[in-house]
Design a protein. Sequence first.
Length: 278
Amino acid sequence: MNVVDLSSEQLISALRLPAEASVGQRIPKKMLAENLTSRGTATSADRKLLQEQIEEVTWVAALKPSNAGIPAYQDEVRSYLELAVLNVRLRQGSQLGVKAAKVSSSTVRLAELVHRAIPYPVLMVLDGEAQLYLSMVHIRWAQKEADKTVLDGDLIQGTFVRNGSGTAPTADAATLNAFMGALPISKQPRTDLLALYQGWMDTLSAWQAAAVTGRFECVSPQQATARRAALRRCHELDAQISSLRAAASKEKQMARQVAVNLEIKALMAERQQAANSL
């Protein structure tokens, strides 16, 4: 499969979900906005983002013990009785679907809003014109509000370029095939639904790492934790380096330019060290 031909349907099909888990129902955007409003976690700008950037949301599948043969998970922190798979189709012409070198802050925010609106852990595909995004994040019980959930940790997001792009990073067919081959539910941990969800998150982290290293490699759960920390550090350093480069381009004093460039060089060395640990 070539990276430029990847569709949201192919990405979801690669999960090899049981037919019994199929839902295939449309979720009204109004319902998402109402859920967010009831939780007090959405601003007027957030509701506008949902309305203007999303064309359609489809609840593709609901994985439960009864249809997946995988036990639920419950403790005092979280309750994973069901995993949801959603396909979010972005509106044509949406700024969130354009070709870009990294996931935009608006795309991250939109995904976060949908995650917050659904009271289950969600594996979400965002389908833009030029790119697909796969987004996951853990949830837990809110500490001060009974029966309400909150996001637990950072969103894990992968970008998949299609139709070609001169600005966004692409993967070769072998790397993409390796990732797609690692996605089937049969290849994930089956101890319980939390382990299943974490397995998919670790696979997505491996895809993120492949964007840096050029190779796709699944690792042990312990190594995956260290990999996520290294990826987080790479992203932090990328932001710092980008900011310093912008500052250096505007700096008129030669001595200050030299100092900033030396700082950039040190950060790039640290970034390479973090990348080597992936």
